[in-house]
Design a protein around this ligand. Sequence first.
Ligand code: GBH
Length: 600
Amino acid sequence: MAHRRLQLAAVLALAAFAVAQARQISHLPDAPAMCPLEMRKNTRWGVATASYQVEGGWNLGGRTPSVWDTFSHAGFIKNNDTGDVACDMYHKYPQDFKLMRELGIKHYRFSFSWNRILPQGGKGTPVNPEGIAFYNSLINEMIANNIRPYATIFHWDLPQVLQDKYQGLIGEEFIADFVNYANVLFENFGDRIRDWMTFNEPWVTCVLQYGQGVFAPGIPMGDEGMYKCGHNLLKAHAKTYELYHKAPQAKLDNATFADAARGKVPQAKLDNATFADAARGKVGIAHNIEYLEPLTHAAALKANNVTCYFLLEFLQVPQAKLDNVTFADAARGKVGIALNIEYLEPLTEAKEDVAAANYGLEKNLGWFADPLFFGDYPASLKSCAKDVLPSFTAEESKLLKGSLDFLGINFYTGKFAKGSTTDKCSVETREQDVNGKDIGPLAESSWLRVVPWSFYKLLKYVQSRYDPKQIIITENGVSAPKEDSMSVQQAIRDDFRVNYYKGYLDYLCKAISEGVKVNTYFAWSFMDNFEWREGYSQRFGINHVDFDSPELTRTTKDSGKFLSKHFFRVGRGGGVGARRPGGRQPTKETPKAAKPAKQQ
Ligand code: GBH
């Protein structure tokens, strides 16, 4: 009897808990109509950030200043804000990954701070062991939480020393220094990171950082500087792609099985090497699991089941020459880039408006995408930019063409385009139609209006012009109006952002259903952060950060709950843990909190 009563009490308590849970999220809208459960399940949904915007620790662990430290310390940011502390993710990443896990997030895009890795920036200068250690811990913690890392190599924070030395991206030396930096990242983290983006938003770097000089380093270089920057950036990208796909991993020759097992070297994954090779101490530790376990090698070797698995692999995998193994082979990894673009809709059906919208897309997106897909700048850009646009040699063009495994798109908004009957190079953008009606509600950011259908149109445009094998939406998000002046309790009821995501994701799903090859999507951003020139005044987070509290407290907004419920929890896993066909199951169990919520 007593037993029965206990059971009943337990059932009642559970029911009360369920009701409380339901009440908590009952005001959240249903999943977008055009996103059927099956599609949400088959797609990867994650969140994004960038080093300078979230890390802080600006002078810790051997880090030197980047151009953004210099720029913010010189007072160019709203409210005199700086990224000195930012969200202090430098210290708080364990709790942030825990929160991600609670929300069911299994994919995380972040960026490396170049100046934390290479304080002197350039080729031949020392790698900072503290910087490597920091990112090792960060990545391992991510993986331990079942979160797959996606790394941006450069998200605008150039080491100040390289700006001083040769004007950063304006100098030809930038190319070799960037490739060297990328190589350091591949060598140190390439065993656990399979998805790389060389540059975030080359357009912003070259137009705002160098052309107009409104972003750090803040020295306007005009159109000539802007196109020079783009040219160097593209060449650096192509050489990095080549390095990743063609260069053998020299480092593996020096790593012994013993070193690896003691956890002294990064884990090298060689698809073609056998354990026989490894055990003879000739090569680095080799294994065939698709993804690194959240274990050091030392720990892995202690675990019997893992050892057995390794031995099985050892018997099955053929011997192969190690000289031919590339970073890409070893990790089965990919290199792409993240391009930003605002969609342009012709203001009217007039020929010149249609041409202007088209030219605008070629000038802003095609400037970078055309060389990567086709090996050269768009003809329209060549004719409009004339002598300030450098040209590629045949060899460079060959290297550029096809130099990406996926195309990353950062998408926020769309505008109308108006052309001119006399000047084919003129593109005037507008936020109102011919009747004066707004294209969509204005966000907190002056450049950002909510235009869900523009996402669909842009994606269709990209698929038809470039036919990419894979598209990743590397960023999508919004700053909610006046959020910064609200209390935490007000700010987390962010209907504006919920509606933004609901609308944009609806149109993303429509595009996917029509064959646009998006398989991965990142919301910008995981949390409120340093919004460049706007400092902390514009919030893009799906988690609120209380910048006034000493703990920089994170609180999930309704938008975070909405995405968690319909996307993060439901979507495809990160591939953290072995996923060999017919092989063993991942050893790390998905925690209860991260299980898919029941669908309505
Ligand atoms: C992204 O850029 C960035 O990658 C990310 O770091 C940032 O936090 C996020 O957006 C939100 O802004 O100053 O009027 O000339 C988005 C694309 C392109 C939007 C440049 C702002 C500046 C317009 N950005 N644009 S203006």
